[in-house]
Design a binder for this molecule. Structure first.
Ligand SMILES: *Cc1c(COP(=O)(O)O)cnc(C)c1O
Length: 386
C-alpha cells in the first residue's frame, strides 16, 4: 500500500458518515447495541468492536490503522502520551525478577521508568553504550526479557544496529522495543529489521502541530492484543477521540513536513559546518558522524533535528547567544511548524538536578517549516556574541 493510499483512504469508511472528507470525531464514551447477539459479539472482542471508548473508539481506530500501516506492523495502539506507550510496551513484557537492557541515553522519562519506577516491582536494568553490539551482548543475563533501543536518540543521535540487535534478542527469546520518534515512519521502519515493538512520541512529527500529546505502540496482532488487554485497559492511559482526530489531521501532511524539515536542516548545516564559532556538529548523515555508515544503512533521512557545540570562551557569552535568538523558540519537544532550541546551558545550575552529561556550549536545534534563510539570518546574528 502506498503512502498516499494510507494517508487518504486507509480506515476511512466515508459512506458511513455522509461522505465526509475529514475523519469524524466520534465524541462518545460508549456505544449502544440493538440486540443481544451483537452485544455478545462485541464483548467477545473489545479490541475490534465498539463497546466503550477506553477500549476502542471509531476515530481512534482510523488512526491506529494508519499508524500500523505506516510502520508496517499488524496493529497499533495509541496512548495519552509517548511516555504512556513506552511504559505499556515495557510493562507488558516484564514481571518481578526480570531484567531490561537499554541503550545508555534514552529519552529522560524512559530512563526514569527503568531507574525509579520498575525497581519498585522487582525489575532490574542495565544501561549500555549501544553503539557497539558487543556491549549489549555482554549485558544480557538469563533473566533479560526486554532490549530497549532508541535509534537515533534525540540529543547526540547514537544509533544501534537494529537488524543485529533484533537477531541477537530473538535468539535468546528477548523482546525488542525501539523508540522511532527521531526518524518518524517516513525515514525508518524498525519492524522491517525485525524489531518487535515500535514506539513513538506522536507528539513530535506524527501530530506535527505542537498541540497534542500522544503515544504510539506498533506491533504484531498478538503483542498488541496482549498489551491492550492488560496495560491499556487496566492502566487506562488512552487517547481521546478529539485528540485522535487532530493527529489524523496532522498525518495527512506528515511526508511533506518531515521532508521540508530535513531539507531546511541540511541548508543550515551546510552554513554551520564551516563557521568559526562551531566546534562540533551532531547529525547522523554528516561526514563527521561516527556512525554515518550505519545511519545511512537503516535510515532514509534525518529530519529536522541536529546539535551544535559552539566555540566560545565563557558561559556568559553562551547565555547571550541564547538570548539573542529571536526566531527560534526556546522550548523542548519538536515536530511542529516552529523552529526550536534546547540550550544545554539552561540545565546547568538548576537546584536538585544533576549536571548534564553534555557541555554548556551544546544546543539541540529543531528546524521547523519556516523559510530556512530567515532562520540562518537569526543564527548568524546571534553567533556574533559567542
Ligand atoms: C518526547 C519523547 C518521548 C515522550 O513522549 P511524550 O509524548 O512527551 O510522552 C519519548 N521518546 C522520545 C524520543 C521523545 O522525544
Amino acid at each position: 500500500m502506498s503512502l498516499s493510499d494510507i494517508l487518504t483512504h486507509l480506515g476511512e469508511a466515508r459512506e458511513a458518515y455522509f461522505g465526509a472528507v475529514a475523519p469524524p470525531v466520534v465524541q462518545s464514551s460508549n456505544f449502544a447495541f440493538s440486540d443481544l447477539a451483537s452485544w455478545r459479539a462485541a464483548f467477545a472482542d473489545e479490541l475490534t468492536h465498539h463497546v466503550y471508548t477506553r477500549g476502542n473508539n471509531p476515530t481512534v481506530e482510523i488512526l491506529r490503522q494508519k499508524l500500523a500501516a505506516l510502520e508496517g506492523t499488524e496493529d497499533c495502539l495509541v496512548f495519552a502520551s509517548g511516555a504512556g506507550a513506552i511504559a505499556a510496551a515495557v510493562l507488558g513484557n516484564v514481571q518481578a525478577g526480570d531484567h531490561v537492557v537499554c541503550q545508555q541515553h534514552p529519552y529522560s522519562w524512559t530512563s526514569a521508568l527503568l531507574r525509579k519506577f520498575l525497581p519498585r516491582f522487582g525489575v532490574e536494568h542495565t544501561f549500555v553504550d549501544g553503539t557497539n553490539i558487543e556491549n549489549i551482548r555482554a549485558a544480557l543475563r538469563p533473566n533479560t526479557r526486554v532490549l530497549y533501543l532508541e535509534s537515533p536518540n534525540t540529543m547526540t543521535y547514537e544509533c544501534q544496529d537494529l537488524a543485529a540487535c533484533a537477531e541477537l534478542a530473538r535468539s535468546r527469546g528477548i523482546v525488542t522495543i525501539a523508540d522511532n520518534s527521531y526518524c518518524s515512519p517516513i525515514y525508518q521502519n524498525p519492524a522491517a529489521f525485525g524489531i518487535d515493538i515500535v514506539v513513538h512520541s506522536g507528539t513530535k512529527y506524527l501530530n506535527g502541530h505542537s498541540d497534542v500529546v500522544v503515544g504510539v505502540l506498533c506491533a504484531s496482532r498478538a503483542m498488541t492484543r496482549r498489551i491492550f488487554e492488560s496495560e491499556l485497559m487496566t492502566l487506562g492511559g488512552i487517547l481521546g477521540p478529539h485528540d485522535a482526530a487532530l493527529v489524523l489531521r496532522g498525518l495527512r501532511t506528515l511526508p511533506l513536513r518531515v521532508e521540508r524539515s530535513d531539507a531546511s536542516a541540511r541548508f543550515l548545516l551546510e552554513r554551520l559546518e564551516h563557521h568559526p564559532k562551531v566546534e562540533r556538529l551532531w547529525y547522523p548523515f554528516h561526514a563527521t558522524f561516527p556512525q554515518r555508515e550505519l545511519a545511512r544503512r537503516q535510515m532514509r533521512g534525518c529530519g529536522g533535528l541536529f546539535s551544535v557545540q559552539f566555540r566560545t570562551p565563557t558561559m556568559e557569552r553562551m547565555e547571550a547567544f541564547v538570548h539573542r535568538l529571536r526566531r527560534f523558540l526556546m522550548a523542548v519537544s519538536w515536530g511542529g511548524y516552529e523552529s526550536l532550541v534546547i540550550p544545554m546551558v539552561g540545565f546547568y545550575g538548576i537546584p536538585g538536578r544533576p549536571e548534564p552529561h553534555l557541555p554548556w556550549s551544546f544546543c539541540r536545534f529543531y528546524i521547523g517549516l519556516e523559510d530556512p534563510q530567515w532562520l540562518w539570518e537569526d543564527l548568524e546574528q546571534a553567533m556574533e556574541v559567542l
